[in-house]
Design a protein around this ligand. Structure first.
Ligand code: COA
Length: 386
C-alpha cells in the first residue's frame, strides 16, 4: 500500500516549513522551579529568592541545599550537609593518575572534564540522585586545584575540613589559608553563577539526562558546552581585552578598532537580558572593593563599550553581562585567567545537577525536530557508476 505524506511529495508541493528560530531563541524547552530569569526586568531569582538578597548573606553550600532540596537549610541541616560534602573530598588514585598524565599545556577546562569523566567511570552507577550530585560537586574544586598544581610542578594538597567550599578551593590552589576578603568574593561569585534558566550548558545537561543516561555523562557534556566563548569561556577573554587596552587613554581607540574589525566585545550582550544583567550589578560592586585600581580601567572600558555599542547597534540593546566583572573579581582573588571558566563550572555544577534531578523527576525524552533545507529527490547512482 502506498501512502502520501508531506515527506513523499516533491519539495515544491510540500507544506511550508514550521517556523524555526535560529538558536531556539524564545522557545520554552522545559519547566523548572529552580531559577527564574527575567530578561526585560533584569531579575534573577533562585527558588523564589532574589539573588540580591542571597549574594552577600549566604554560603555557596546553602545555595546547593536550596537548589537540590527546594529550601534554604536551617543551622542543623547546613551542618549535616557540610559534613556530607567534606566527607566526599578525596580523589581516587586512578583519577589522580589521569591528572598526572595530562600534559601541563592542557587547558584546565579540558582537565576538569577529563577528571570528572574518569571519576564517573569509577564511581557512578544507577539513577541520578542528590547523593551523586553531592559527591561530584565536592570534587570539582579538588580536580581543578590538583591539576593546576601538577601543571606547575607542585604536588596536590589535602583538603582542610575546617574550610568551606570556596575557601578550601583557594587553599588547594595555593597552599595558603586564604584571606577573608578573597573567600567572601569567591563565595559571592559562586552564589551568583549557580543557576541561570535554560542556558546552553544546562540545556545540554537536561538533554543528556532525558535519555536516561547517568548524571556524570550529563555534567561532562555540560562542561563541554560551558567552555565556548559565547557561554562561559568569555571572562578570561575579558581579562585579555583589559590587558590589551592597558590604559584608560587607550580604551576608546582600542574598542572602536575592535568593533570596526567586526569583533565582539567580551562581557557585553546577552541572549535573554535586554537590560543590565543583575549579576553584573553585584559583581561590579564587589570588584570595586576587591581591586580599586583595576576597577578604574574596567569601569572606563565598560562605560565606553556601552556607549559605542549603543551608538553602533542601538536596536540590539547590548549591556554588561555577568562575565565582565567576573574577570575583575576572579583576578582579584588570585586566580589566573585560564581558571576562570572552570571556576564558573565549580559554581554551575550545582545548577546542572539540580536540572538533571528535575528532568529525571518528570522525564520526557528531549527530541526536537530539524527543518531540512538540503536537496531532495536526487537520483541514486551506485558506487561504480559515480
Ligand atoms: N559585541 C559586539 N556586538 C555584539 C555583541 C558584543 N559583545 N553581542 C552581540 N553583538 C551584536 C552582534 O554582532 C549582532 O549584530 P549584527 O546583527 O548587527 O551582526 C547582534 O548583536 C546580535 O548578536 P547575536 O549573536 O544574534 O545575539 P545573541 O543573543 O546570540 O548573543 C551573546 C548573545 C552572549 C552570544 C553575544 O552577546 C556575545 O557574543 N557576547 C560576547 C561574548 C560574551 O560576553 N559571552 C558571555 C555571555 S554571558
Amino acid at each position: 500500500m502506498s501512502t502520501t505524506t508531506s515527506e513523499t511529495l516533491p519539495q515544491s508541493q510540500r507544506p511550508p516549513h514550521k517556523e524555526s528560530k535560529g538558536g531556539l531563541e524564545g522557545i520554552v524547552a522545559a519547566t523548572t522551579a529552580l531559577s527564574k530569569v527575567e530578561g526585560t526586568a533584569g531579575q534573577l531569582t533562585y527558588c523564589g529568592y532574589t539573588i540580591h538578597d542571597l549574594v552577600r548573606k549566604t554560603l555557596f553550600e546553602e545555595i546547593m541545599h536550596l537548589l537540590w532540596f527546594g529550601h534554604l537549610p536551617n543551622q542543623k541541616e547546613l551542618s549535616g550537609f557540610k559534613a556530607d560534602l567534606i566527607a566526599e573530598r578525596s580523589i581516587p588514585p586512578m583519577v589522580m593518575q589521569v591528572l598526572r598524565d595530562l600534559p601541563a599545556s592542557t587547558e584546565p577546562m579540558d582537565a576538569l572534564r577529563t577528571a570528572v569523566s574518569a571519576w564517573g567511570a569509577l564511581s557512578i552507577k544507577g539513577h541520578p540522585s542528590i547523593t551523586q550530585a553531592l559527591a561530584v560537586t565536592a570534587r570539582f574544586p579538588l580536580f581543578l586545584a590538583a591539576f593546576h598544581r601538577l601543571r606547575r610542578g607542585q604536588e596536590p594538597l589535602e583538603s582542610r575540613p575546617e574550610l568551606d567550599h570556596a575557601a578550601n578551593y583557594l587553599y588547594l590552589l595555593t597552599g595558603q589559608v586564604p584571606k577573608d576578603e578573597h573567600v567572601i568574593g569567591l563565595n559571592a561569585y559562586l552564589v551568583l553563577l549557580a543557576d541561570h534558566g535554560m542556558n546552553a550548558s544546562t540545556f545540554t545537561a537536561r538533554v543528556v539526562a532525558s535519555t536516561e543516561s547517568d548524571i556524570v555523562s550529563a555534567l561532562v557534556a555540560a562542561i563541554g558546552a560551558l567552555k565556548g566563548p559565547l557561554h562561559g569561556g568569555a571572562p578570561s577573554k575579558v581579562l585579555d581585552m583589559l590587558d590589551a587596552i592597558g590604559t584608560v587613554d587607550n580604551a576608546e581607540r582600542w574598542l572602536r578598532d575592535a568593533l570596526a574589525r567586526g569583533e565582539r566585545l567580551m562581557g557585553f550582550g546577552h541572549r535573554v537580558y535586554k537590560t543590565e544583567d543583575p549579576r553584573a550589578e553585584e559583581l561590579r560592586e564587589m570588584a570595586r572593593v576587591a581591586d580599586p585600581q583595576g576597577f578604574v580601567l574596567a569601569r572606563r572600558v565598560e562605560e565606553l563599550a556601552l556607549a559605542l555599542l549603543h551608538e553602533q547597534k542601538p536596536e540590539r540593546r547590548l549591556y554588561t553581562n555577568v562575565e565582565f566583572y567576573s574577570a575583575v573579581l576572579l583576578a582579584s582573588v588570585g586566580l589566573v585567567g585560564d581558571l576562570f571558566t572552570p571556576t564558573f563550572a565549580i559554581s554551575r555544577v550545582i545548577g546542572w545537577a539540580a536540572h538533571v534531578l528535575e528532568q529525571v523527576d518528570h522525564n520526557r525524552l528531549i527530541r526536537p525536530e530539524a527543518d531540512y533545507t538540503g536537496p531532495t529527490d536526487l537520483h541514486f547512482m551506485p558506487l561504480d557508476e559515480r
